[in-house]
Design a protein around this ligand. Structure first.
Ligand SMILES: [Zn+2]
Length: 463
């Protein structure tokens, strides 16, 4: 058994700060994050790739000005120059790729000091992310102070049994979700005794049987999997008595939240993270996502990666992770559509409220009768299918400027879904769009990490 990467003192220190910061005035954590940004930009000088970028950004001494002048980076560019990207010369991509097929999957530290995970990689090679103890201390502290654990509290009062947490995720790869979960269990004997991970690749009947036998009080999984399991619960094949459902990793729509909460009779708490930065935002008691803005900088941006004003959704978001100095993520084009919501929240937190309007899913571009291009957001399309047709398990693909392919899981739901979609397309001047409908008997395909890509601009292999 290996020793997980962990720095207890750093974690305790960051935890105390993470609990206090949202309750303090915004000016206090803003000053903290300016210092953290300056430290990150200083660390980024040890990365050959960022050193080149920073030289072109003509530093003025003000870290925010430097950041604004820095040209955004893409995953492709960073991965192509991985060895120039990282700040530790002992890290090299070929060795890490070999490690990812072996020890990394059990959470074994690389070089004795790094936790390594891979992104699911919806296209091409998966990206690789390396976390040291300092970075993990921030993720641990933020999760403990602001994550769903802080809302439910696994430390139950003495007259109740402690919470039992079941994570349902892709367990076959070195993914952030399952590695973080297993690392927390390895560090914490009490958590190890009251939590277990389950592979979402199991057949639904077997997964339901194993979950029933374990009888968790908290279910943690992707929204699409939470919905699939809520179908099992509704049908009586699963009989969980949950106190909470924790979701993350995909967009949680209002309809999925409502359906899952009703069927399990338990509140749904969502959080937002990515392989590039595991803890980006967490939901408060009022059900709103607060960005962990003291450790993360989010800049919603348009298609040309120019900033959009607060209140408007971006085409993508530029992510800066202030916690990772080994593999700096600075103005990274994350691809999610994020809106910074102006105004505060009734919970009293001074951390900004955000909405994640689309993750991974694509914008569909179709042509109207005059040949003009019309863009349709994945959130709008998903809402039509969920709210108007009551269809949740679907996959919608663009297969031409006037053609869509729609696959649904539920028998008999195909025409209902297509009708709702046609009515919506008509309102956008797209009445001439052809929709080819298929009904699948089994579960619809998902990526290696188990995430679902329900709206695709064109068919993608592996999804
Ligand atoms: Zn709030």
């Amino acid at each position: 058994m290996h020793t997980p990467v962990f720095d207890p003192w750093q974690t305790a220190w960051v935890y105390a700060d993470a609990v206090g910061a949202p309750r303090a005035s915004a000016a206090l954590w803003q000053a903290q994050r300016t210092r953290r940004l300056a430290a990150l930009l200083s660390a980024a000088q040890r990365s050959r790739l960022y050193r080149e970028r920073l030289a072109g950004a003509a530093s003025s001494g003000d870290p925010w000005q430097t950041l604004q002048r820095l040209r955004p980076v893409s995953k492709r560019e960073l991965m192509q120059r991985f060895d120039d990207w990282v700040t530790d010369p002992e890290l090299s991509l070929p060795a890490l790729r070999r490690f990812l097929d072996g020890g990394a999957r059990s959470g074994e530290p690389w070089l004795g000091r790094y936790l390594v995970w891979e992104s699911s990689g919806s296209s091409g090679e998966p990206a690789v992310f390396v976390q040291d103890a300092r970075c993990l201390a921030v993720f641990d502290a933020l999760q403990a102070a602001r994550g769903p654990v802080s809302l439910v509290g696994p430390l139950a009062p003495w007259w109740q049994a402690p919470q039992r947490i079941a994570l349902v995720a892709a367990t076959g790869g070195a993914y952030a979700s399952v590695l973080s979960f297993e690392r927390a269990r390895a560090l914490n004997p009490w958590l190890a005794a009251t939590s277990r991970s389950f592979s979402m690749q199991l057949a639904p009947q077997e997964l339901a049987a194993r979950l029933d036998a374990y009888a968790p009080t908290v279910l943690a999984t992707y929204p699409s999997m939470a919905w699939v399991l809520s179908e099992e619960q509704r049908a009586g094949r699963l009989r969980l008595a949950l106190q909470a459902v924790w979701t993350g990793g995909e967009t949680l729509t209002a309809a999925v939240r409502r359906t899952v909460a009703e069927r399990f009779r338990a509140p749904v708490h969502d959080s937002y993270g990515a392989s590039e930065c595991f803890v980006i935002a967490d939901e408060c008691r009022h059900g709103r996502l607060h960005a962990n803005a003291d450790w993360v900088v989010l800049e919603p941006a348009d298609e040309q990666l120019r900033p959009v004003p607060d209140g408007e959704p971006g085409h993508t978001v530029l992510l800066t992770n202030l916690a990772n100095h080994v593999q700096p993520v600075v103005r990274y084009d994350l691809g999610d559509r994020v809106r910074i919501v102006p105004g505060g929240c009734d919970c009293g937190s001074s951390l900004p409220v955000i909405e994640v309007q689309g993750r991974c899913d694509d914008v569909l571009t179709l042509a109207d009768a005059r040949g003009h291009r019309v863009h349709l957001s994945p959130l709008a399309l998903t809402t039509v299918l969920e709210d108007d047709a009551g269809v949740f398990d679907f996959q919608l693909q663009g297969v031409g400027p006037r053609a869509l392919r729609l696959a649904v899981h539920e028998p008999g739901a195909g025409e209902r879904a297509a009708d709702a979609l046609r009515a919506f397309l008509q309102t956008r001047g797209l009445a001439g769009t052809r929709i080819a409908v298929t009904e699948h008997a089994g579960r619809l395909p998902c990526g290696a990490s188990g995430k679902r890509l329900r709206v695709q601009a064109s068919p993608r292999p592996g999804f």
